[in-house]
Ligand binder design. Structure first.
Ligand code: AMP
Ligand code: ZN
Length: 492
């Protein structure tokens, strides 16, 4: 289905909802800032990619041919966004006593595993920063004369050389600019390195020759170069988390302005992209989101505790992307229950359709009962990706009675193509993950449960309770009368 409801998206640069109008008819070109592959992503990072994925799916739903690029930062990102601190990659390589290349490979694979587990679609291109270093040097050469100056430590961008520097940050924070680095000789406090020279007498594991000496590119440069090269300036949408509104994106914007035209930001597109979109943070009160805390919240930790990763995706969809989302295990449990209900209902529908010898009729216009729900769904996602409401429309379709089964499943498939919960394939059995810590086998659980059923049939409630307590001691909660028909649950 292509739907004609105008798509409204919030542009962080203008602070307004704007109607999406593609720069190239029928196409949507999107760039998303990707991970720095020095460590595992935490689930907050993954919220940024669930958001970018939903955006891409909505654009596809609207009929646009999507060109999506996500970068992999394997060089240049310091421990502080504003050019200070150590190189994140070098630091981890030293800590793990591995080469930087091995670090990048390992954590890129780990990131991709999370992408897959969350049913995030593959972008057109994963652009890897180290493959673009010559292009970054060429970009820097083009802007160096008019916009940069050299210091002992590197080539710096003069933020006063472009109009409206920092507008994106000022639109969202009182002070305006984010944290800035004190480097002797900088012309403006916010000036940033686009090339970092290797200090004399040192060698870095990753370094390249450049007109400004041996060294490595600054982190902001890579996104300007890869987005411009792969999507062409200006492109439609640039995404990232709200932290990037402070430093990384203002600096990218300044570089893009310098590269394209030096024009001010009143002209949409001079920033390099027409729309700048940012997801709000996933927060957790006890600080488990911080990668410096011992056991931080990785997707694998959720899986190890028995939560299917798509329950986390659903949890993200329950909040609009611009709202802060608080993580809690209870919240995740509730999202898993909601997902189970959907999966079980759709599984039953599929089985019934199969028994009747019918099939999912895609492409055909579904009957009139579906129309209001489909319209409400389209309206919700067109209103700045209103996934919380869209989810309830999907649930109402699932609950519809006396409608054609094939059509119903087709409408569910159409909505799930946007939400990405994999409802047409996922089974109830796949959703029940055994926590890693659990040693009891399913056969053992079934045995005790059978004995318990017998005890209850015999009205031997003391024995029944004892069996339940025995299970509880082994981490299994027996769930009598669970509306979802799950008779047991493993506690992590
Ligand atoms: P990084 O690998 O640190 O560059 O972060 C990858 C992406 O995750 C960026 O778009 C960040 O803005 C985003 N991000 C970082 N922390 C969070 C969080 N707690 N919640 C949501 N997004 C985040
Ligand atoms: Zn970036």
């Amino acid at each position: 289905m292509t739907d004609a409801t105008p798509l409204k998206l919030f542009n962080s640069l203008t602070r307004q909802l704007e109607t999406f109008e593609p720069l190239h008819p029928g196409e949507a070109r999107v760039y998303s800032c990707g991970p720095t592959v020095y460590n595992y992503p935490h689930i907050g990072n993954m919220r940024a990619y669930v958001f970018a994925d939903v955006l891409g799916r909505v654009l596809s739903f609207k009929g646009y041919k999507l060109s999506h690029v996500i970068n992999i930062t394997d060089v240049g990102h310091l421990t502080d966004d504003a050019d200070a601190g150590e190189d994140k990659m070098e630091k981890m390589a030293a800590k793990e006593a591995k080469s930087i290349w091995a670090i990048a490979e390992h954590y890129t694979q780990a990131y991709w595993a999370d992408i897959k587990a969350l049913n995030i679609r593959q972008p057109m291109e994963w652009s890897v920063a180290t493959k673009y270093v010559p292009a970054m040097i060429a970009f820097a050469e083009k802007i160096a004369d008019k916009h940069c100056y050299e210091l002992d430590s590197g080539l710096y961008f003069d933020v006063a050389s472009v109009a409206d520097y920092g507008r994106l940050a000022r639109a969202h924070t009182e002070e305006g600019e984010g944290r800035i680095e004190a480097v002797e000789g900088k012309r403006n406090a916010a000036d940033f390195a686009i090339w970092r020279k290797t200090p004399a007498g040192e060698t870095r594991q990753m370094e390249w020759d450049s007109p400004w000496g041996r060294g490595a590119p600054g982190w902001h440069l890579e996104c300007s170069v890869m987005s411009g090269q792969l999507l062409g300036f200006p492109f439609d949408i640039h995404t990232g988390g709200i932290d990037h509104r402070e430093i990384h994106h203002p600096n990218e914007i300044a570089q893009n302005q310098a590269f394209c035209c030096s024009g001010g930001l009143d002209v949409p597109g001079n920033s390099g992209a027409k729309l700048w979109m940012h997801n709000n943070f996933l927060v957790e009160r006890s600080g488990k989101m911080s990668k410096s805390s011992g056991e931080f919240l990785r997707l694998q930790l959720l899986i190890d505790k028995g939560y299917h990763p798509l329950a986390y995706r659903l949890m993200c969809l329950q909040a609009q992307y611009r709202s802060e989302l608080e993580f809690s295990w209870e919240g995740l449990g509730a999202a898993l229950t909601r997902l189970k209900r959907l999966v079980m209902a759709v599984e039953q529908l599929r089985a019934r359709l199969n028994d009747e010898g019918g099939s999912v009729i895609e492409g055909a216009e579904p009957g009139p009962k579906f129309a209001p729900l489909r319209e409400a769904f389209a309206a919700a996602i067109s209103d700045d990706l209103g996934t919380p409401i869209a989810l309830t429309q999907l649930e109402q379709v699932v609950a519809l009675k006396k409608v054609d089964l094939g059509q119903k499943l087709a409408v569910i498939a159409e909505m799930d193509a946007v939400l990405g919960l994999n409802l047409l394939a996922l089974t109830r059995a796949e959703l029940r993950l055994k926590p890693k810590a659990a040693t009891i086998t399913e056969a053992e659980i079934e045995e005790v449960l059978a004995a318990r059923r017998q005890a209850r049939a015999d009205k031997d409630f003391a024995r029944s309770d004892a069996l339940r307590d025995d299970l509880a001691a082994r981490g299994v909660e027996a769930m009598d009368g669970d509306p979802l028909g799950w008779d047991w649950k493993l506690e992590a």
